[in-house]
Design a protein around this ligand. Structure first.
Ligand code: NAP
Length: 321
């Protein structure tokens, strides 16, 4: 199927960045399409209580928050397609976004495909996700205030930040790292080493997470000695990195060395009229509220791009393929 209608803006992604962008675009009267993905809603769909999104003093479940954003986008007039974007063509204008064999045309595109946390790949990790297993300390850490022990897996900056943050909440934090050296920056390493609540289990990997309804312990194996131990804990935070969801944009927009979309001048990518918002470009803050803010900014820039006639200029002079 080929839909020849040209949208003012096509938003790829349906996390807080994508839905916020669509709300702002619709309110500026742009004809707006959201390609939400088969698994719409982004990373908050994997979280339970969200207690740091302003406006919800009693907290809100991640999936409920995303459902409210979806409804708000729809009520403002966004057209939403629950399909995955499988390819884009930013070499011709209007830009093309493909979902399988359907093709959509847009005067502007906002890339809001987010990033996915990397996981250990254990069955128990999946089963206990949101029941003590988490990939976001600022989101889920406060649920474990007063916990006896929280495990953090990883040795990078995120793991150290998580450990330091969680040490303010729990009695003890155990960092499990697969090597005997941290990858984290010196300053974070020093802070973590200086914190008496944080202990390290070196050269070790988590081989299982134990607990029926909630996390109760982790099984850990020393990769040098082969020795195994069980460490009791109330939660496990996996901080082994994120992967930006930019596979389909390779060769279409400039990505940085880690694969995140590179921005120039606000939310603008190196392709005129193609913007990015949220975790797909931001590996620093990675919060629902910051992603929503970036979505708003990207939409405002798309509006300006169209209002100032850039889209027409590009239309009259198709980009060379
Ligand atoms: P990262 O730097 O890639 O570190 C990932 C850590 O997880 C590494 O220690 C790695 O071990 C370990 N790991 C990876 N796969 C694993 C697996 N399958 N099993 C066990 N351990 C595994 O990721 P990040 O810490 O999320 O940081 C990402 C980027 O954001 C970095 O550039 C970082 O500097 C930046 N960042 C900065 C800040 C800050 O400045 N405050 C905060 C957070 C993130 P190895 O060391 O053995 O590879």
């Amino acid at each position: 199927m080929v839909d020849r209608e040209v949208y003012d803006v096509i938003i790829i992604g349906s996390g807080p960045a994508g839905y916020t962008a669509s709300i702002y675009a619709c309110r500026a009267n742009l004809k707006t399409l959201v390609i939400a993905g088969v698994e719409s809603g982004g990373q908050l769909m994997l979280t339970r209580e969200v207690e740091n999104f302003p406006g919800f003093p009693e907290g809100v479940l991640g999936p409920d928050l995303m459902e409210r954003m979806r409804q708000q986008a729809e009520s403002q007039g966004a057209e939403i397609i629950y399909d995955d974007a499988t390819a884009v063509d930013f070499k011709t204008y209007p830009y093309k976004v493909f979902t399988g064999d359907a093709e959509y045309l847009g005067r502007t595109v906002i890339i809001a495909t987010g990033a996915s946390p990397k996981w250990l790949g254990l069955e128990s990790e999946r089963r206990l996700l949101g029941r003590g297993v988490s990939s976001c300390a600022t989101c889920d850490g406060p649920l474990f205030k007063g916990a006896e022990n929280i495990v953090v897996v990883g040795g990078g900056d995120s793991a150290m930040e998580y450990a330091l943050y969680l040490a303010n909440l729990a009695e003890k934090v155990t960092v499990i790292h697969r090597r005997d050296k941290l990858r984290a920056s010196k300053i974070l390493q020093e802070r973590a080493f200086a914190n008496s609540k944080i202990t390290f289990v070196w050269d070790s990997v988590v081989t299982d997470i134990l607990g029926e309804k909630k996390v109760e312990a982790v099984k850990v194996k020393n990769v040098k000695t082969g020795g195994e131990q069980v460490i009791k804990c109330n939660a496990v935070f996996i901080a082994i990195g994120h992967k930006p969801n930019t596979e389909i944009f390779k060769g279409q927009v400039e990505l940085d060395e880690m694969g995140y979309v590179r921005l120039y001048n606000g939310m603008q990518t190196n392709v005129p009229g193609v913007f990015a918002a949220g975790d797909v470009h931001d590996h620093r803050y990675r919060q629902a509220v910051t992603a929503a803010g970036y979505g708003c900014m990207a939409a405002m820039e798309a509006v300006k791009f169209i209002e100032e006639g850039y889209a027409e200029k590009l239309l009259s002079k198709p980009i060379e393929g």
